[in-house]
Design a protein around this ligand. Structure first.
Ligand code: PAF
Length: 282
């Protein structure tokens, strides 16, 4: 695996690969890699000749009360994992290289970035869209790969790339889950043994809500009320539980068939997020 540390070297590497007619699949990350990230790397291998991973803890997506410095840094473990999964290039830029003029330019997908997770993390998604566009512009990959566990992030990035005519194709990879349904996430590390036993109830609640939607008997507000109640009975504190359409993450109407149920809930020190996206036969 080659390590590249600055934008100029990344651009030069990419230009050479494009000239040689090689395809590039890109997996942007903030490091602290777990099995979910590795499934993105494995998927990238099936799409392109070259797999590039970036590790950059992006300051612009952290809020004022979110501790950027406390973000776990596990670079040597990350490198071992990437090598074991056959990643070809690791890009590790400095903050100065990524943001030579830190406060000047931001890329915003309006409105969608303020919904759901955006409501409790103001500015977060503007940081994500900004850094991803910068990385994609520097690397010019054929594919950019993201986990569908962060469905809102995926939808915002898809909208941004499409609106700005960026030729990179966005690819979403299904969420990896433990046998009991809990989505793989670095945040699961904050759960105590007891909380870990309770945590799968978030996914169970999403599945029940989907069944109710498919049965078509209960009104949506009732399904949402019951879901939140069930989470609270199990010791989780719901942040949001929203039945939306996939295209713009607005509340689903009676006509919508491509749906996503988005949920976030606090459990002890962890804020868990999960979703279910599906086609509803009406
Ligand atoms: O999902 C993440 O890890 C980050 O939001 C991303 C896409 C790497 C941008 O910093």
């Amino acid at each position: 695996m080659i390590e590249i540390h600055d934008i100029a070297a990344l651009k030069a590497w990419s230009a050479e690969r494009h000239k040689a007619n090689k395809t590039i699949a890109f997996v942007p990350t903030m490091g602290n890699l777990h099995s979910g990230h590795m499934s993105l790397i494995d998927h990238a291998q099936t799409l392109a000749d070259e797999v590039v991973c970036s590790i950059f803890v992006n300051p612009t997506q952290f809020g004022e009360n979110e501790d950027l410095d406390a973000y776990p840094k596990t670079l040597s473990d990350d490198i071992d994992k990437l090598k074991a999964h056959g990643c070809h290039v690791l890009f590790i830029p400095s903050a100065h290289d990524m943001y030579p003029q830190p406060d000047l330019t931001r890329v915003t997908v309006h409105h969608m970035s303020t919904l759901h997770c955006g409501a409790t993390r103001p500015g977060h998604f503007n940081g994500v869209t900004t850094v991803v566009l910068k990385l994609v512009n520097a690397l010019q990959p054929h594919f950019a790969i993201f986990g569908l566990k962060d469905f809102q992030q995926y939808t915002i990035l898809k909208t941004m790339l499409s609106d700005l005519f960026v030729p990179t194709q966005i690819v979403g990879v299904e969420t990896g889950r433990a046998e009991d349904g809990l989505a793989h996430s670095s945040r699961n590390g904050y759960l105590t043994a007891l909380e870990r036993e309770t945590a799968p109830c978030l996914y169970a609640t999403l599945c029940t809500a989907r069944q109710h939607l498919e049965a078509g008997i209960k009104p949506v507000y009732e399904i949402v009320r019951e879901a939140k109640e069930f989470l609270m009975e199990n010791g989780l504190t719901p942040d949001y539980f929203s039945i939306c359409r996939q295209i713009d993450l607005e509340p689903a109407t009676e006509q919508d068939t491509e749906l996503v149920i988005l949920a976030a809930a606090y459990l002890g020190r962890a804020r868990l997020i999960d979703n279910l996206h599906f086609h509803l036969n009406r």
